[in-house]
Design a protein around this ligand. Sequence first.
Ligand SMILES: [Zn+2]
Ligand SMILES: [Zn+2]
Length: 354
Amino acid sequence: MFQCIGYAAQDAASPLAPFSFERRDTGPHDVHIEILYCGVCHSDLHQSRNDWSNSLYPMVPGHEIVGRVVGVGAQVTKLKAGDYAGVGCLVDSCRECAACTADLEQYCLNMPTPTYNGRERNGEALTFGGYSDQIVVDQRFVVKIPDTLDLKGAAPLLCAGITTYSPLKHWKVGLGQKVGVIGLGGLGHMGVKFAKALGAHVTMITTSPEKGRDALHLGADEVLVSRDADAMAKAAGSFDFLLNTIPVGHDMNPYLGLLKLDGAMAIVGALTPLDPVLGAHLIMGRKSIAGSAIGGLAETQEMIDFCAEHGILADIEMIAIADINAAYERMLKNDVKYRFVIDMASLKVAAAAA
Ligand SMILES: [Zn+2]
Ligand SMILES: [Zn+2]
């Protein structure tokens, strides 16, 4: 074991504060990463405050991790010291079930191991995430970040990026299709960029005309204000696919009317109960509502490589780790375009001052 420093929540009510803890030594299949940047996902905020009633403390949040490889185990082939690497929402899985063997570790039938707020597969040690100076992860759960990708804007790709890329690929979004991205936040802004890069005609569907204007700057072709009944009626039956990034339960019925025959809407943000759906809205037009969670490790690497090829990055605001509690308050007010990223160089300063 070796000593690390980070920022942790000690309980649901306390702000995050400096924290010392141990990680395992680099095993034969492990990659030891010096963390340079970590994106701030909404789940960091909710889990640190036990909003989902499943929090384990102390908790070091963070699952949008990029850094530099400083050491690798003897069996590691895909990375070497000096490479840039990324770690997302998972650090392990059973590796044997039907999902794992199909490169869908996120759906591991024996539950994948989350990067934080979980336990290692021995069921004992807590996992600690990316608000820290270093991490040790099995090479299967590490992706390689090409030197050409800006690391700061790449960090949010590890959660927000793959969460939106994977459903667009699964539902075969491409040239000639009309895609609606519902909601403009960390997820929605990546959804617009990916759908556009995949060749689709992209419409931002939002309650806010101001967010609509922002989406045009991100590459959306059109805006549909969902509170405008006339505009919604005009757009009825025109979309092949809807990427629904609304983060809370809501009424999906109005969106189903936007889909074409055989159209599908994928839910990627709402973990809480959704309002009842009128069966007729699905039956008439053979429409589907589905869900999608992040992506497997092979697809995460594919997404990173796609971003390098197409010059896709998250739009970010850099913060120091000492500002994390203030950043959480701003996220509650939707006051971020579109992702906070922590500069981990600030951790040493904060730890020294503590
Ligand atoms: Zn996340
Ligand atoms: Zn599995």
